[in-house]
Write a protein that binds this ligand. Structure first.
Ligand code: N01
Length: 869
């Protein structure tokens, strides 16, 4: 192919002809009219199913789900003979699909990609293959797979072995092992599948096990014609359900917690899922198995019990029982008669954790204690350099000579696990940091290829040719991926390939997105709905340097925004008062379990039932009066209450070791301006008057509020200072400063960011009755003079980048500074309005609360009365 013109040879170069390559070629070529060329090192289609022909190789997601969904006729006409088909049948399926869509004509087989280099001047990729050819393509799509670079351990002397060495991950032919003395290293999914089959043929089988695994029954059987017909009749429904499931399968029996049921009930659930087979025990029993060690222990112990039941020799059974890591933190294998294999006289289990492999010799494997296991065949089922390995093996170089290997020296850096900053027009199907291996692969692949198709269509529509994610979007994605991983038990496994821990020297970083397919899909939807958030487009590679990316948004917020969109929430105005209040109250569902405090008491500061306070005393030793934090909740003046901020103020009480007084107030439309403002002032007066009584230090009272509550808090603080009250500090979390503020952030984030501009307008209409109300300096804080503000305590204004109220909050901090107040604003990138309440849903909430707490604690320390200092 040519290499010298500025027009590339093809629009899209596709690497790999497995599940990804086949669909990608069809999608881009036949449905979008693009020119496409594919490469695969294999002699034919199949990808992983081409290379893994070891005995026992079998899929572990039901074939009805582990298959393409993109073509209705295809899924109707194909017949699977088994529930979990073996490798030859899957390869036949892929060959059939390739025939049906005439894929092979656009693939060069038998060549391996040795480098892919972005040409900054021509703005396309130069792809070099090991036959010396160079092919140029505007877009580069990798379907190189996640588990396609086998790990070959460098045992000393491995090349001296006189028998035959076979690698499960590169096993291309049927090998007759009858009568052979076989040794196998590795008891992951591949090893376990192979052991069950090889044990039936070999004269002897020596299993050299370093780490035992939690293998559970696959539950395979022939396809039942009636069930097949029923499934085919409901296929679109099944696929929709699958895409709405964490793992991409339509399982629907998961229960919330293994610890919330009795031991008998738990056992019944485990028995049921064990008998149903597949990944049901792992993914469809209890939702907290990967999150809570105690819950995980129940499943781990259950599996150990079942292993002991199946293995006759107690010592062998104990060796096969995993104990050193939680269930599921290494990918759980599925098996048929695996444990029974050890009941054969011909099978020996050797513990190479206790007595490590020392060397491979011509006659077999020698262990550290000098024992030699003599072998004719050595099978290496030692795993893969997962997820990043296949991409790094291709020597990818992006803009300005940036090597992917350097960009990823500290672990993968991606946006959506699909694209990489610095690598224009490069797409990784099921790449690292995407759900990939934790999402039914064919569906994960279709979703990714479709998303790439949408990006390319967007480029064409906008008249651009080059696309790349911003560094900010990528950083946010990496943070989301790592934060999700930290919430699970995965990082506790010492050798899981999910964490890159199986390859010496590989950075320990989570390689898969653990938020599940539905969350991932929702985020991708928000990326699209938000005008391709985080992606910059340009006419050329150089143009990317100055291109403005679509507004990035923290992925947690993308999920929240998309969830609201999917619920078709019509906005607060259309929802009306009662629904608006219910919606705001429902934000409790986005909060972490509340922190424990020593005491909570209820108080009134006026006759109206809404004039209430809730006082939280943290569990702190000592008789000294604690600092007091007076907190006013937000909710557009007309919604919100003590319950919805209960978790927020408990957390602040614990973080700041302060007594927190949480105030609510009379709300519109029943009570209009200035009722809420009068109440906030009255509640603060109550707090000042009762500070000692509630265990606080009357000299150290800080005032805080969020959103509309920030407005009320600021106004109450101004009034208190005017009344001669000493305040320690003022914390305003994305405060409403004025109903009529006209700012760039109000325009930029008017729609699609949780609180919309029209919501603000409607809240204002509910609360105010006249123009005079709207301009009243208690509400329009921007009209307060320097004299009004002078004397306010040190103030922190927390703002969020993607918030309608951002600019007015930051302007208010300036206004305070101009009045001589020690004030500053702290902006949180990527967050939107409401984050301060969303401790469970938005990971950045914790940073925001910590910033608030650090400020409050520092001010309280500084303000300590001399006698107590
Ligand atoms: O690889 P693995 P795999 N000395 O990494 C051992 C998918 N898959 O090919 O645990 C001694 O899981 C290693 O020991 P340890 C599936 O996603 C799917 O089996 O590191 N032992 C471990 O026992 C799966 O998870 C199917 O202590 C050494 C084994 O080798 C993924 O592929 C079927 C060693 C490697 O296990 C990988 O599975 C098969 C050493 N130096 C695979 N080095 C389906 O069913 C490594 N080991 C679809």
């Amino acid at each position: 192919m040519s290499t010298s013109t500025a027009t590339p040879d093809v629009d899209v170069v596709v690497i790999g002809a497995g599940f990804t390559g086949i669909y990608a070629i069809h999608r881009f070529r036949d449905r979008m009219g693009l020119t496409v060329h594919g490469f695969d090192a294999a002699a034919d289609v199949g990808g992983t199913w081409y290379w893994n022909r070891y005995p026992g190789a079998r899929v572990d997601i039901e074939s009805v789900h582990y298959s393409y969904s993109f073509d209705e006729q295809l899924q109707q006409e194909w017949h699977w003979t088994e529930r979990f088909p073996a490798q030859p049948e899957i390869l036949r399926y892929l060959s059939h699909v390739a025939d049906r869509f005439d894929i092979r004509k656009d693939v060069t087989f038998g060549v391996r990609v040795t480098s892919a280099t972005w040409d900054d001047d021509a703005s396309f990729w130069r792809v070099t293959t090991d036959d010396g050819a160079v092919t140029t393509g505007r877009y580069l799509v990798s379907g190189a797979g996640t588990l396609s670079v086998p790990k070959v351990p460098d045992f000393p002397g491995v090349e001296t072995f006189a028998g035959r060495t076979l690698l499960t991950g590169n096993w291309l032919e049927d090998v007759d092992l009858t009568g052979q003395r076989v040794g196998i290293i590795g008891t992951g999914s591949s090893g376990i599948q192979a052991i069950s089959e090889i044990a039936k043929q070999a004269a002897s089988l020596t299993v050299l096990q370093r780490t035992p695994n939690y293998a559970t029954p696959i539950g395979n059987h022939s396809t039942d014609p009636e069930q097949e017909a029923a499934e085919k009749a409901a296929y679109s429904d099944i696929r929709a359900k699958s895409r709405n499931h964490f793992l991409g399968v339509p399982y629907d029996e998961v229960q919330p917690s293994a610890l919330a049921v009795s031991p008998e009930q738990r056992r019944a659930v485990f028995d049921d899922r064990w008998n149903k087979g597949g990944f049901r025990l792992f993914i469809d029993s209890f939702a907290d198995l990967l999150l809570d060690k105690a819950a995980n222990d129940t499943a781990a112990e259950y599996i150990r019990e079942r292993i002991r039941e199946r293995v006759q020799d107690p010592a062998t059974a104990e060796l096969l029982c995993p104990t050193g890591y939680p269930y599921g933190t290494k990918r759980p294998p599925l098996e048929t008669d695996y444990y029974e294999a050890y009941n054969r006289d011909t099978v020996t289990l050797v513990d190479v954790a206790a007595n490590r492999i020392d060397a491979v010799m011509p006659q077999g494997v020698r262990l550290a204690d000098g024992t030699v296991h003599e072998l004719d065949v050595l099978v290496l089922a030692t795993g893969f350099d997962a997820c990043t390995g296949p991409l790094l093996a291709m020597n990818v170089t992006g803009r300005d000579g940036l090597r992917l290997a350097d960009s990823w020296a500290d672990g993968p850096q991606t946006y959506l696990g699909l694209t990489v900053h610095g690598f224009p027009n490069f797409f990784m199907v099921t790449g690292p940091q995407s759900p990939s291996v934790l999402y039914n692969m064919p569906l994960a692949i279709e979703d990714h290829v479709d998303l790439i198709g949408d990006v390319l269509a967007h480029l064409a529509e906008s008249g651009h040719t080059v696309v790349e994610p911003s560094a900010t979007a990528q950083d946010q994605w990496v943070a989301e991926t790592n934060a999700l991983s930290e919430m699970t038990l995965l990082p506790t496994s010492a050798s899981s390939w999910y964490m890159g821990a199986n390859i010496p020297g590989k950075p320990r970083r989570v390689l898969v997105y653990l938020g599940g397919a539905p969350r991932y899909r929702a985020i991708c939807e928000d990326v699209k709905a938000g005008g391709w958030r985080g992606f910059a487009v340009a006419d050329s590679s150089r143009g990317l340097e100055t291109a403005t990316p679509g507004q990035e948004l923290d992925p947690c917020f993308m999920f929240v925004a998309e969830t609201l969109r999917q619920q078709q929430f019509p906005g607060f105005r259309a929802a009306g008062v009662e629904t608006a209040r219910a919606v705001v109250d429902s934000f409790v569902g986005m909060q972490a379990p509340p922190q424990r405090v020593a005491a909570v008491s209820e108080h009134s500061y006026g006759p109206d039932p809404e004039q209430r306070l809730r006082v939280y005393r943290p569990d702190v030793d000592g008789d000294d009066g604690l600092p007091v934090l007076f907190y006013v909740h937000g909710g557009g003046f007309m919604a919100g209450g003590l319950d919805v901020v209960d978790e927020v103020v408990r957390d602040l009480a614990v973080r700041t070791r302060s007594v927190v007084v949480s105030a609510t107030y009379r709300r519109p439309p029943e009570h209009r301006f200035p009722a809420a403002h009068d109440d906030a002032s009255a509640a603060l007066r109550w707090t000042v008057g009762h500070a000692c009584e509630i265990g606080g230090d009357g000299h150290r009272i800080s005032v805080a509020g969020d959103s509309a509550g920030g407005n009320l808090a600021a106004a109450a603080a101004v009034q208190a200072v005017r009344d001669g009250v000493h305040l320690t500090s003022l914390l305003l979390v994305y405060p409403l400063v004025s109903p009529t503020a006209q700012t760039a952030s109000r325009e930029q984030f008017a729609k699609g960011y949780v609180i919309e501009l029209d919501d603000l307008a409607w809240f204002g209409e509910q609360y105010t009755s006249s123009e005079a109300d709207v301009r009243d300096p208690r509400l329009a804080l921007d009209t307060l003079t320097a004299a009004d503000l002078a004397g306010l305590p040190p103030t922190l204004v927390i703002t969020n980048e993607c918030d309608t109220l951002r600019d007015e909050g930051e302007a208010f901090a300036q206004q305070l500074r101009a009045a001589g107040v020690d004030a500053r604003a702290q902006r949180f990138e990527g967050l939107a309005h409401g984050a301060f309440w969303m401790s469970l849903a938005v990971f950045g909430c914790s940073d925001q609360r910590q910033a608030a707490a650090d400020f409050l604690v520092a001010q309280a320390a500084r303000d300590r009365a001399p006698a107590l200092a």
